[in-house]
Design a protein around this ligand. Structure first.
Ligand code: NAD
Length: 496
């Protein structure tokens, strides 16, 4: 596999029971920076092929579940080495199909490998059966594999959000059917293929397509767990679809993450200003855990906005993902571009002030791709769509607040609760953080800059169910199985 910018189109196929499987029809994936360029083709998996993939996984599971943890870890480590060896090719493909700048695509591989390494290091301890001798006898608590996992990933971090599922699922002894998003299917499929080359046939299968294939994966009775990352609306369909067969589920969903700047925050701290700008616009704002609404104490608001604009204009350089100067690339797809544009227009019509940020490196290129100039939105109402909805794109509202209790309330009244951040004097910030309804709260940083794969990640409320990352992110692919050997075999209150 050699993939470089400007190279000919890549073709991926479904992977079913260890075989590349042709499909009757294919879809083309364009380059968001230059939509006339086709980066590659991926198949439209049929319902019958999806069923075949599930059955292959169910069959492979019968023997894979009996392997010991040492074998699984050894195989996964070999896969990690192969991914590392192919990193520059994978990064190039990811940048071309997704639109994220090269440094950001490298960042995605960095986070993916960090997690895969952690999962390999921790799996034996996390999955070790616990044996307890106690007053009532002896109990063995084991963490058994669940069976066939349907892993459904989104387009924004297609490799990280696929490997976050593949590594622990396989290490825990499950078999998997992965469906990447049709908006960024190529690099994720390549990485899954590399991992699969180190595992027995059928342990990892990859299918492609949109909701139709997703529905097969979420309704088929042989699938026992769904690991889904994507939108909250999609998750509602999945919960309904899976209810007939009561599947185990991990759902990592949308967020509308708030960043709260306390009175004690130093607006002259340029590094901190850069961090909040990055927390708003990394990956062109298309991250579940990006800071999507910023609340600033009124006493520092005007100065904050001034310094923010300076910092944003320094950091944001909008351009081709392959240009080393670029920090912000195009939006991944037209639908998302239109959605974000609509939110900004709505805010404008309601009287908000919209300030363009950053520098466009090449206007002609900007005009040809799915680019959007990042914007700062001021003067909006706290209940405007741009504040309440997840933008998932390059725009951010900044709003003033008068007292901390008000900021906490605004944070917590959201239907979401994925991540948040509090900026200012550390003790004060921690005290505020403790009152926020969010799966992760970062102090004086935000978004991926404060992510730690060693700890559980997930959301409160409509941001999801369950956790990925950390020991929890491994055990979530298991069922707890208790084997009891009681001392008292016959209970005294049951009549002879
Ligand atoms: P999406 O929900 O549109 O799609 C996600 C995946 O689900 C895709 O593979 C898609 O093909 C599939 N799908 C669509 N309909 C389906 C159905 N009915 N049944 C089964 N599968 C179906 O999300 P997206 O646009 O790809 O991603 C953006 C969303 O993902 C944002 O809301 C973002 O916040 C969220 N996200 C969350 C996290 C997290 O960890 N919480 C991480 C990244 C992205």
């Amino acid at each position: 596999m050699t993939i470089q910018a400007g190279q000919e189109a890549v073709i991926v196929e479904a992977l079913i029971n260890g075989q590349n499987t042709k499909s009757l029809s294919q879809s083309a994936k364009e380059n968001p920076a230059n939509p006339s360029e086709i980066v590659g083709y991926f198949p439209v998996t049929t319902k019958e092929q999806a069923v075949e993939a599930i059955e292959a996984a169910a069959e492979a599971f019968k023997t894979w579940k009996k392997t010991d943890i040492a074998e699984r870890v050894t195989r996964m480590r070999k896969a990690i080495e192969k991914i590392r060896a192919a990193e520059s090719e994978i990064v190039n493909l990811l940048s071309r199909e997704h639109g994220k700048p090269l440094y950001d695509a490298h960042g995605e591989i960095y986070v993916s490998l960090m997690w895969m390494e952690f999962a390999c290091n921790e799996a034996a301890a996390a999955l070790q059966a616990e044996v307890q001798e106690h007053d009532h006898g002896k109990t063995i608590l084991s963490y058994d594999p669940i069976g066939v996992v349907a892993a459904i990933s989104p387009w924004n971090y297609p490799i990280a959000l696929s490997t976050i599922k593949i590594a622990p699922a396989l290490l825990a002894g499950n078999a998997i059917v992965l469906k990447p998003s049709p908006y960024a299917p190529l690099a994720a499929a390549k990485v899954a293929e590399i991992i699969a080359s180190e595992f027995p046939a059928g342990v990892i299968n990859v299918v492609h397509g949109g909701a139709d294939v997703g529905v097969e994966l979420t309704t088929n009775p042989r699938v026992t767990k769904i690991a889904f990352t994507g939108g909250t609306e999609t998750a509602k369909h999945i919960i309904k679809a899976a209810s007939d067969t009561i599947k185990d589920m991990t759902l990592e969903l949308g967020g509308n993450d708030a960043a709260i700047f306390l009175e004690s925050f130093d607006v002259n701290d340029e590094r901190a200003m850069r961090r909040i700008v990055v927390s708003n616009f990394l990956t062109t704002g298309q991250i579940c855990m990006i800071a999507k609404r910023v609340y600033v104490h009124r006493s520092i608001y005007d100065q904050f906005v001034e310094k923010y604009i300076e910092a944003a204009n320094r950091w944001i350089r909008i351009g081709d993902p392959f240009n080393p100067e670029t920090t912000v690339g195009p939006v991944n797809n037209v639908k998302q571009k239109e959605y974000v544009t609509g939110l900004v227009e709505d805010a404008k019509q309601r009287g908000a002030k919209v300030i363009p940020l950053g520098r466009i490196l090449d206007q002609q290129q900007f005009d040809q791709g799915y680019y959007l100039q990042p914007t700062l939105v001021l003067g909006c109402d706290e209940h405007d769509r741009i504040v309440v909805e997840e933008q998932f794109g390059p725009t951010v509202p900044i709003l003033p607040f008068d007292d901390v209790e008000q900021a906490i309330e605004l944070h917590n009244e959201s239907i979401y609760g994925l991540t948040s951040s509090v900026w200012g004097a550390e003790d004060e910030a921690i005290a505020v953080a403790r009152q926020l309804e969010a799966g992760t709260t970062m102090i004086n940083t935000a978004a991926v800059q404060g992510l730690d794969v060693r700890f559980p990640f997930g959301g409160f409320k409509q941001s999801g169910i369950g956790r990925e990352y950390g020991t929890e992110g491994i055990r979530t692919y298991t069922e707890q199985h208790v084997i009891n050997i009681p001392k008292m075999l016959d209970l005294p209150y049951i009549p002879e």
